[in-house]
Ligand binder design. Structure first.
Ligand code: MLT
Length: 264
């Protein structure tokens, strides 16, 4: 499905009925990364997955991208769907956007699921790495980005035992347009620190992280879980940065049990 928001087309999938749950993917991916969750959870809830601007079937304007703008796009999509309050699930960059969204639109948040993400802003070193990655994407396209990202996204066991999954993720990355790749990198590099926001978050929150995640490790998950009042923490065994794809049963079970506490 497509919505026209802030002058561009945003693509999304809307399946199931009941409690609305909106999923935001990470960098440099798209809404297809949530297919095991759509399959498993749309019998119980209304599952909405979104291609952020610059990704998948959404437009990828060649212009400035910011975390606030992604949050505004999400707000526009909720207006389009006439949804006043939703549960939000964000992975990594999707989680950065959830902090931006909460800062501006907290009243629309029924619950938060922060997966493999962090509240801290980038260090100078990480920011320089993003600049270098943007230059690589500019000169050589998405292929070297896929080679750099795959070992970060999937743990070694997944890479050895699930060639199908490796190819699925690689294909998604190779579809990324340059404007989306570079736009994301700039938006992430410029994002504000959200550590002080954690104590303001008052909705039910589940924090999840893959045990082998090195990009946003379990220590970052603990910062969020300890900072947000009443938050639950689940470490998913046998996964790195994409536990929803590497260990879908464990991830879905934790998510389903959290969502079952939120049904109104
Ligand atoms: C992501 O998965 O969205 C990225 O790895 C996040 C990041 O680079 O900080």
């Amino acid at each position: 499905m497509k919505a026209h928001i802030h002058g561009i087309t945003i693509a999304y999938t809307d399946q199931g009925q009941g409690l609305p749950v909106v999923f935001l993917h990470g960098f440099p991916l798209n809404r297809r990364m949530w297919s095991p969750q759509v399959d498993a959870l749309s019998a119980q809830c209304r599952i909405i997955t979104v291609d952020l601007r610059g990704h998948g079937e959404s437009d990828a304007p060649l212009w400035r991208y910011t975390i606030d703008q992604f949050a505004d796009d999400l707000n526009g999509l909720l207006d389009h769907l006439s949804l006043s309050r939703v549960v939000l699930v964000g992975l990594s960059m999707g989680g950065y956007i959830l902090f931006g969204f909460y800062r501006k639109y907290a009243e629309r948040v029924r619950g938060l699921v922060l997966t493999d993400t962090r509240a801290q802003a980038d260090t100078d070193e990480v920011r320089s790495g993003r600049f270098a990655m943007a230059q690589t994407a500019y000169t050589r396209g998405a292929e070297p980005i896929a080679e750099m990202m795959l070992p970060k996204l999937l743990c070694s066991n997944t890479r050895e035992s699930r060639p199908d999954l490796v190819e699925q993720v690689r294909t998604i990355i190779l579809e990324m347009p340059l404007s989306g790749l570079v736009g994301d990198l700039m938006a992430m590099a410029e994002r504000p620190d959200s550590v002080s926001l954690l104590k303001e978050i008052s909705c039910p929150t589940l924090v999840m992280v893959g045990e082998f995640d090195q990009a946003t490790p379990p220590s970052d998950a603990r910062v969020m879980a300890e900072g947000i009042r009443g938050a639950q923490l689940r470490v998913i065994a046998g996964a790195a940065h994409l536990p929803n794809l590497e260990q879908p049963e464990a991830y879905n079970q934790a998510l389903a049990s959290f969502l079952s506490t939120l049904r109104e």
